[in-house]
Design a protein around this ligand. Sequence first.
Ligand code: GAR
Length: 201
Amino acid sequence: MKLAVLASGYGSNLQAIIDATKRGVIDGRVVLVISDQRDAYALKRAEKHQIEARYLNPKNYASREDYDSAVIVLLKERGIDLVVLAGYMRLLSPVFIDAFPGRIMNIHPSLLPSFPGLGGVGQALKYGVKVSGCTVHFVDENLDTGPIILQEAVPVYDDDTEESLHQRIHSVEHRLYPKAIQLFVQGKISIEGRKCIIHER
Ligand code: GAR
């Protein structure tokens, strides 16, 4: 199965996914990495692994739809089966969702539906929750609202900073995201309305 990863930043989740494909934890290959940020370290990670890395500058496109259409062309040309958002900080337009129905995943650093959008970790800390975590979900046309595939909780401690909590969440993400991708690759996820059913044999 061919995977594309879209990332705007550091790309530690991308790295975890690449590592999982190399170890055979995911039966698939990352064949394309796309970023909307020229300096995204994620692009360097891709290059280090001889994976095609593309930067598309949003300023070169008149609208979000135009930008997404250019991304879609690349994804279709490469025959991508699953689009994986990993710290990709752009909201996808309906054009994108329609081009890959049920085939776009995202990871978010909170237990959705709590604390969607930007700064999920900081929002949770500010609210004073005792438990937070991360969520892998399919992407629909709204922000962080698609059917949930996997979630895992992490404790929040009194002396946590945004950095310490995010670090704890990150280490869970690096395990949970490859697991969700492999479930998809194995055809073990079905979507019934808002609900993902995981078919473990
Ligand atoms: C991850 O923690 C991911 O959950 C979050 O960005 C981080 C990217 O880290 N995504 C969002 O906040 C999306 N709303 P990474 O670049 O090291 O993978």
